[in-house]
Design a protein around this ligand. Structure first.
Ligand code: ADP
Ligand code: MG
Length: 503
C-alpha cells in the first residue's frame, strides 16, 4: 500500500487581521441517489422532464396515499456508507420534519433525525501528492427532496414544479474537521469521486444532484486542538451556515468572505450570531437569510406511516462484498504496479472510466509510457474538444498500437504524435497507417549518412561554427530531420552528425 503521510489538519490562517485566526468548517452534503424511481414512490427521477410530469399521487400528497420504501435507494445509501468506511445501523427510522412550503405538498419532509441509516465514517482528502487529511463523517441520513418553486417566469405569480418532490437524497454530515476553502473543495471533490466510483450518485453539480450547506466559524490558534482533545464544541467559535451551494468555486469564495466577515466582527468587539446565510456570487458576499431566533421549529416526530427500517447483516455484507476498488486503493495500486508518480496515478484514477482506459493501454506495455500518452496526448486532445474519456475517438487498442510502434523502433516519438492525430481524426489501424503513408522511421544508417554528407558539403560555414561550438551540431540534426520528414531515427542522426563533424 501507498505510504501516505497523513498530516494533521492544517488551518488556513487569514492574513490582514489584527490577530491570527483559524478556520473551522463542517459540511452537510446533499447527494441525490442515482435511482430511476423516487424514495417512496415509483415516479421517475429523470432530469429536465416537462414540469409536473413525474409526479405520483404519493409525491402530490393526495389524501390517503402511503409511502413505500424503495429498497434500491436504501441499498445505494448503504453502499455509500460502506464506501466511506462508515458504520451501518441495522435499525434506523424515518421522521417527519414539519414545515409549510408551496413546493412541499405533504407539509413535511420525510427524513431521519434520531436514528440515521449510516453512522460514523471518514474520508481521506487529497491535498497534494503524498498529503491526505482525514475528515470524519458524523452520519448519513436518507431523506426526500422538495419540489421547485419558480419565481421568475411571471411578474405576478409563482409556479411550482413537483418533479423533484420525493427524489431520494443522502445527507452526508461531516464533523467540523475541514480547515480551509481549498480543503472544503477537495473534500467535496473526494466525496463526489467516491460516489461516482460506487455508482450511488452522479455528482452533477450543475443539475443540482450534489449540493452543500457549509458551516463556517473562526477561532484563535489552539482552540481547535482543545476541541479535538476534549470533544467539547464550546472551544470553537459560533458558526454560520451558508446554504445550498453547488459550485466548488463559489464554495471557496463564500468561505473566504464569511471568515473575513466574522473576523472583522470579532476584532471590532462584536459577536458572531448563529444564522443561516446565502452566498451572492454577483456581489461576492454572504447575506443573512434567517437568524437562529427565526429558525423553524420542525417538530420532528417518527413518521407513523413507516415502520423502522431493519436490515439484515447478510444483506449489508453482500453489498460490502460487491464494492468496487475505490479511488485510494486504485491510486496506490497504480503507483505500486505501474511505477507511476502519485500525481499521475491521481490524475488517472480521478474517474473510473479513465482508470480503466489506462489499464487497457498499459496491459503488456511500459506503464509510465502508457500514462504519459494517456495524460499528455489523449487527455489534452479530449480537453481541447471538450470530450469525455468515454467519447474518445481513439480506443485503448489503437493507442496501445501507437505505443507498440514506438517500442519496436518503427516510428519516432515525433511521428507518433502525428500518427496519433491521424488516428484521432480519421480512425484506422496505426500499423496500417504507418505502412500506407510511408511514416516508418529511417534507421538505415547508410541513408542517414548520405543525407549528413550532403548537408555538410553544402554548408561549409556552418561546419566551421560547429567545430568552434559543438552546440551548432543541433542545426545539422535539425536539417537531417527536415530532409527526412522527421522519419530519421534521432539517436542515429545525432551519432552520425557528431562523428562526421569530428566532435
Ligand atoms: P445541528 O445539530 O445544529 O444541526 P450539528 O452539530 O449537527 O448541528 O452540525 C451541523 C454541521 O455544522 C456539521 O457539519 C458540523 O460539522 C458543523 N459544525 C458544528 N459546529 C461547527 C463550528 N463551530 N464551526 C464550523 N462548523 C461546525
Ligand atoms: Mg445537524
Amino acid at each position: 500500500m501507498l505510504d501516505l503521510a497523513y498530516e494533521p489538519p492544517k488551518p488556513k490562517v487569514i492574513s490582514g487581521a489584527r490577530h491570527d485566526w483559524e478556520l473551522v468548517i463542517g459540511m452537510e452534503v446533499h447527494a441525490q441517489v442515482a435511482s430511476k424511481a423516487k424514495l417512496f414512490s415509483g415516479a421517475s427521477t429523470a432530469f429536465g422532464a416537462e414540469p409536473n410530469s413525474n409526479v405520483s399521487f404519493v409525491d402530490a400528497a393526495m389524501p390517503g396515499m402511503l409511502p413505500v420504501i424503495n429498497e434500491f435507494c436504501i441499498e445505494q445509501a448503504v453502499r455509500t456508507g460502506l464506501g466511506l468506511k462508515a458504520r451501518i445501523n441495522l435499525v434506523s427510522a424515518f421522521d417527519r420534519k414539519n414545515y409549510f412550503y408551496p413546493d412541499l405538498p405533504q407539509g413535511y419532509q420525510i427524513s431521519q433525525l434520531y436514528h440515521p441509516l449510516v453512522g460514523e465514517g471518514e474520508v481521506l482528502v487529497d491535498m497534494a501528492p503524498g498529503v491526505a487529511r482525514r475528515v470524519r463523517i458524523e452520519r448519513i441520513h436518507v431523506e426526500q427532496d422538495a419540489g421547485k418553486s419558480i419565481h421568475d417566469m411571471d411578474p405576478a405569480m409563482s409556479f411550482v414544479d413537483l418533479n423533484r418532490t420525493g427524489v431520494a437524497l443522502m445527507e452526508i454530515v461531516s464533523r467540523p474537521d475541514i480547515r480551509g476553502p481549498e480543503e472544503a473543495a477537495a473534500y467535496l471533490t473526494k466525496l463526489r469521486q467516491i460516489m461516482r466510483y460506487l455508482g450511488t450518485c452522479e455528482g452533477n453539480m450543475q443539475s443540482g444532484n450534489l449540493r452543500a450547506d457549509v458551516n463556517v466559524s473562526v477561532c484563535r490558534p489552539g482552540a481547535y486542538e482543545k476541541f479535538i482533545e476534549t470533544g467539547d464544541p464550546g472551544h470553537l467559535g459560533t458558526r454560520c451556515e451558508i446554504k445550498n451551494m453547488n459550485s466548488m468555486r463559489f464554495i471557496q469564495q463564500a468561505i473566504d468572505y464569511e471568515a473575513r466577515r466574522q473576523i472583522a466582527l470579532l476584532e471590532e468587539g462584536g459577536e458572531v450570531v448563529q444564522e443561516t446565510r446565502l452566498y451572492d456570487p454577483d456581489r461576492g458576499e454572504t447575506r443573512s437569510m434567517r437568524s437562529k431566533e427565526e429558525a423553524h421549529d420542525y417538530r420532528y416526530f417518527p413518521d407513523p406511516d413507516l415502520l423502522p427500517l431493519e436490515l439484515e447483516q447478510d444483506w449489508v455484507d453482500a453489498i460490502a462484498d460487491s464494492l468496487p476498488e475505490l479511488p485510494d486503493a486504485k491510486k496506490a495500486r497504480f503507483v505500486a504496479d505501474y511505477g507511476l508518480t502519485e500525481y499521475d496515478a491521481g490524475v488517472l484514477t480521478a474517474e473510473v472510466a479513465a482508470a480503466d482506459y489506462f489499464e487497457q493501454v498499459a496491459d503488456g506495455r511500459d506503464g509510465k509510457q502508457a500514462a504519459n500518452w494517456v495524460i499528455n496526448e489523449l487527455f489534452g486532445r479530449l480537453k481541447k474538444d471538450e470530450r469525455e474519456i468515454t467519447e474518445s475517438p481513439v480506443s485503448p487498442a489503437q493507442l496501445g498500437g501507437i505505443i507498440d510502434l514506438i517500442a519496436s523502433g518503427d516510428i519516432s516519438g515525433k511521428i507518433a504524435k502525428e500518427l496519433f492525430e491521424i488516428v484521432y481524426a480519421e480512425g484506422g489501424d496505426p500499423a496500417e497507417i504507418v505502412e500506407a503513408r510511408g511514416m516508418r522511421q529511417v534507421t538505415d544508417t547508410g541513408a542517414i549518412e548520405a543525407e549528413v554528407d550532403r548537408i555538410i558539403a553544402e554548408n561549409p560555414a556552418q561546419v566551421e561554427k560547429a567545430r568552434a561550438n559543438p552546440k551548432v551540431a543541433g542545426w545539422f540534426v535539425g536539417q537531417v530531420m527536415k530532409a527526412t520528414g522527421g522519419k530519421a531515427n534521432p539517436k542515429a542522426v545525432n551519432d552520425i552528425v557528431a562523428a562526421k563533424l569530428g566532435l
